[in-house]
Design a protein around this ligand. Structure first.
Ligand SMILES: Cc1cc2nc3c(=O)[nH]c(=O)nc-3n(C[C@H](O)[C@H](O)[C@H](O)COP(=O)(O)OP(=O)(O)OC[C@H]3O[C@@H](n4cnc5c(N)ncnc54)[C@H](O)[C@@H]3O)c2cc1C
Length: 452
């Protein structure tokens, strides 16, 4: 006979978003089951299939992730952030365009922040999350975790006022089956979400006709915790300061001298990076980035991804909700996908805290979620659009805009705070009176000078 499980919530998908959701639910005393179709780390331990282009699979595949301050705080609070030596701070962001004047340097110190965010290796993040997940699971509290499972069927009974309106039938590797009855179903099963497809949630999608190439580069000069975003005629080249495990140092990689490369190329003129030798690719990247870091010395194996956006225009249906990449897979140019997914988790948990595992919580959350997603989606697409044309007039206006953006705190700061996940920076608020007073003093001195 099938085993029957009754819980408050089922979370589908043990990627970063699903794990954090399940841990937070369990810590709040909400009985939940977390279901994963693979073994997340084994399946993703980055089998570099030669020549293949990855399609946003799942997040623990070794890509470098930029986490904002809000995500860092959330992950630390549930012991899901790798040790500090494995994280690198982003203290400055430099935006440039190849072959043209006009650039922009943003410094965290100027915004009264220690840093804008941290970079972490997603496999190391996954390992840490798995440890915390298994520790919680072993405590035998409110969390049950099943991996290598297949969801055979999902049903939602909208007619009967049942305590457990959603039911799932699950198949295990050994051939056994269970039925799970739940109050709510939270789908965190990634870009190709089975739950989203099963219930026909409407989506919009954009194929950017771009390939992203990811690798790590060792360079002669220190990165000084600067993240670079360099707009090219045929795409974007980003370099992110990257921490290095001590056991990688014998390979010639030294902390402070390694950056993660994300090179986006438009398909029409794209170079097949897998076909290039390491020396050739080093030369190509060096030419596009310039000499700011001295010579590029060494690269790690390359991974390619096809760039597309899939956004669910509706994420809530009765007792089912989509979160993370299942709800919104965005272009990674601004490094906001996971940050947005973790914001989903925080706000969903807040609403569950107010009205329990109910339709009302999910509905209220989905309204806020829609607003958050459209803001970031709009920013990402404006950024890509704004840097796509190299017509002389576009280059000129872009150059002037970048200079103005760097100089004008009133315009710059709200955006930087939003992207860094800083809502009420206490430090900043404390400094405003002094900063204003200094500014007034300076103006007064200038006026005095002019008058007398
Ligand atoms: C090149 C690149 C760079 C990026 N850089 C950044 C960055 O710097 N900063 C940032 O914030 N974001 C970044 N992102 C985005 C980030 O990686 C994703 O937003 C994040 O991984 C999404 O996490 P998730 O848990 O929602 O989905 P996933 O990581 O896709 O996890 C989904 C999980 O669900 C499981 N699953 C799938 N189907 C089922 C099923 N039927 N049953 C059970 N389990 C299932 C999968 O096996 C997987 O474990 C980047 C993305 C790319 C492609």
């Amino acid at each position: 006979m099938n085993q029957l499980i009754e819980v408050d919530a089922v979370v589908v998908g043990a990627g970063p978003v699903g794990i954090v959701t399940a841990l937070l639910l369990a810590k709040k005393g909400i009985r939940c089951v977390l279901l994963e179709k693979n073994h997340p780390l084994k399946s993703s331990s980055n089998k570099h299939e030669n020549g293949s282009v990855k399609d946003y699979k799942q997040g623990f595949d070794g890509r470098t992730l930029a986490l904002n301050i809000e995500s860092e705080r959330l992950l630390s609070s549930i012991d899901c952030l790798p040790e500090i030596e494995l994280c690198e701070e982003i203290q400055k962001i430099r935006v440039t365009q190849q072959g043209h004047f006009g650039s922009c340097l943003l410094e965290s110190e100027q915004e009264y922040l220690q840093y804008f965010g941290l970079t972490v290796n997603s496999t190391e993040l996954g390992e840490k999350m798995q440890q915390s997940l298994l520790a919680e699971y072993k405590k035998d509290t409110y969390l049950q975790y099943f991996e290598s499972v297949k969801i055979n069927d999902i049903r939602q009974d909208s007619t009967i006022q049942d305590e457990y309106p959603v039911s799932l039938s699950i198949g295990y590797k050994e051939g056994k089956e269970s039925v799970i009855h739940t109050k709510i179903l939270i789908a965190a099963d990634g870009t190709n979400s089975q739950v989203r497809q099963h219930f026909d949630f409407p989506t919009t999608s954009v194929d950017y006709q771009q390939i992203a190439t990811l690798t790590k580069v060792t360079h002669q000069k220190k990165h000084l915790n600067i993240a670079h975003e360099r707009f090219l005629k045929n795409g974007v080249l980003a370099l992110l300061p990257t921490a290095i495990k001590t056991n990688h140092q014998h390979l010639g990689m030294q902390s402070g001298f390694v950056s993660s490369v994300v090179w986006l190329q438009n398909n029409v003129e794209s170079m097949d990076t897998k076909a290039l030798s390491e020396e050739e690719l080093l030369r190509v990247l060096q030419k596009r980035f310039g000499e700011q870091y001295g010579k590029f010395i060494e690269l790690t194996p390359v991974t390619n991804y096809a760039m597309r956006e899939i956004v669910a225009t509706q994420t809530h249906h009765q007792n089912i909700i989509l979160i993370g990449n299942a709800a919104h897979s965005l272009h990674p140019v601004a490094g906001q996908g996971l940050n947005l997914g973790l914001k989903d988790v925080q706000q969903l948990l807040h609403h569950i805290g107010l009205t329990g595992c109910t339709q009302e919580s999910l509905r209220n959350f989905s309204i806020i979620q829609k607003k958050n997603v459209s803001q970031i989606q709009c920013f990402v697409n404006k950024l890509l659009e704004g840097f796509s044309s190299f017509h002389p007039m576009s280059v000129l206006s872009r150059s002037l805009l970048m200079i103005a953006f760097e100089k004008c705190a009133v315009v710059r700061r709200p955006l930087l705070y939003q992207l860094s996940g800083v809502q009420e920076p206490a430090m900043y608020l404390e400094q405003i009176p002094t900063a204003l007073q200094n500014k007034l003093e300076r103006i007064k001195r200038q006026v005095d000078k002019l008058l007398f």
